[in-house]
Write a protein that binds this ligand. Structure first.
Ligand code: 1CP
Length: 364
């Protein structure tokens, strides 16, 4: 049974994602709930990060913070959670270390290491293990009262494999490269298992109330074009092909799907044909060139350099002007975003100015 929520007052992002003509391009920002907001630190207190994700009341409060602060300027909420909840559901321990980021005490070392076997053999009950995410989504939909759509998300198989074998963030990707080049078959088996979990996880997020979903392949740019085609793209496609099937089986309406493969500029052509409605662009793309490649096949999302928010107002205005020009005004085929997540220490008023400039420069 699907829950009954208030009707949407602003469905701009859903229409733009489906390629319809819109009054103005919708805006949201990756990582819009988080460390740059003083109210985030206040609500989080000294609670553990994953405890916040697991507590629907707190997760929904954090999700709503940017919606409340930027009321009228922002067109989507994204559920407060993390991509690393999937490795946790697969049986791995993940801790969030203050000022350092995620850490796995026991990363996967090699295919004959007991950890890999344990992870591969575990039958993951995606409904039970991640129930707290679905509860947070449903609660957030009620609290949103139809103000803006709520996005669900997951990490892409390649990016999650990186974390599971590196044990955290990485600069050299020594373990990830060892896995794909030394143990390609074991890597593919793991990627496939993660991809199947992603499909079920996203379907259950939609059942709980998510109105659009995004797959984050944050480490796509670490791969060569050839290895991207082998170790990332097939699993991104698996998700875009199987999520709609799963939603139909569950008698749920289809939702727009976004893929964000950071750094994979070389694969823009393939990404435009990978079965997603929206392709997220990082800031290293020239918008006009990306529009030329996309040829109207998908809606593009992005892509201001998040670093511009450390600049002055004139710099922010210039970036917005460039983007609006590059994306052809944005009445069709564009969702405004940064080219990656907003970073800590940004002044929230500067993000507000970014939003205001987008509104000013895209008003009909
Ligand atoms: O508004 C939102 O977007 C909040 C929800 C959200 C999302 C979509 C969070 C909260 N994390 C994510 C996705 C996520 N998590 C990604 C994909 C997007 C991206 O590339 O930025 C990645 C790579 C992670 C992993 C992760 N979690 C990192 C990166 C570490 C590294 O390898 O460089 C970090 C620092 C986290 C912690 C985290 N996740 C979210 C927040 C608010 C925080 C900070 C926690 C804190 O210190 O208080």
């Amino acid at each position: 049974m699907q829950e009954q929520f208030e009707p949407l007052k602003n469905d701009l992002i859903l229409r733009a994602a489906r390629g319809e003509k819109v009054e103005r391009p919708p805006i949201w920002v990756m990582r819009q709930a988080g460390r740059y907001l003083p109210e985030y630190h206040e609500a989080k207190g000294n609670r553990d990060f994953f405890e916040c994700c697991r507590t629907p009341e707190i997760a929904s409060t954090l999700t709503l913070q940017p919606i409340e602060r930027y009321a009228g300027l922002i067109d989507a909420a994204i559920i407060f959670s993390d991509i690393l909840v999937i490795p946790q559901a697969m049986g791995m321990v993940v801790e969030m270390v203050d000022k350092k980021g995620p850490s796995f005490p026991e990363p996967l070392k090699s295919p004959d290491d007991g950890q890999y076997e344990k992870v591969m053999q575990k039958q993951v009950d995606v409904k039970a293990e991640l129930d707290y995410v679905y509860k947070a989504i449903t609660l957030t939909r009620y609290k949103l009262k139809g103000r803006v759509p709520l996005l669900g998300f997951c990490g892409a198989p390649w990016t999650l494999l990186c974390y599971m074998v590196e044990g955290g963030g990485s600069k050299l990707f020594v373990q990830s490269k060892t896995w794909i080049y030394k143990y390609p078959e074991a890597s593919k088996a793991l990627l496939q298992k993660i991809a199947d979990i992603c499909v079920e996880y996203l379907a259950l997020q939609v059942a709980a109330g998510a109105q659009m979903i995004q797959v984050f392949d944050s480490w796509a740019g670490e791969l060569s074009p050839a290895s991207f085609k082998t170790f990332a793209l097939p699993y991104l496609r698996h998700i875009s092909q199987n999520l709609p099937k799963r939603l139909k089986e569950m008698n749920l309406e289809l939702v727009p799907m976004t893929v964000f493969a950071k750094g994979a500029w070389f694969a823009l052509e393939e990404l435009c044909d990978s079965g997603y409605n929206v392709v997220g662009l990082d800031w290293q793309h020239d918008p006009a060139k990306a529009v030329e490649v996309a040829k109207g096949r998908v809606t593009l999302q992005g892509n201001a350099d998040p670093g511009v928010l450390y600049g002055d107002r004139a710099a922010i205005t210039a970036v917005v002007e460039d983007m609006v020009r590059g994306f052809g005004g944005g009445k069709r085929g564009w969702i405004v975003n940064l080219g990656h997540g907003i970073t800590p220490f940004v002044n929230p008023d500067d993000l507000k100015f970014f939003f205001e400039e987008v509104h000013r420069l895209t008003a009909s």
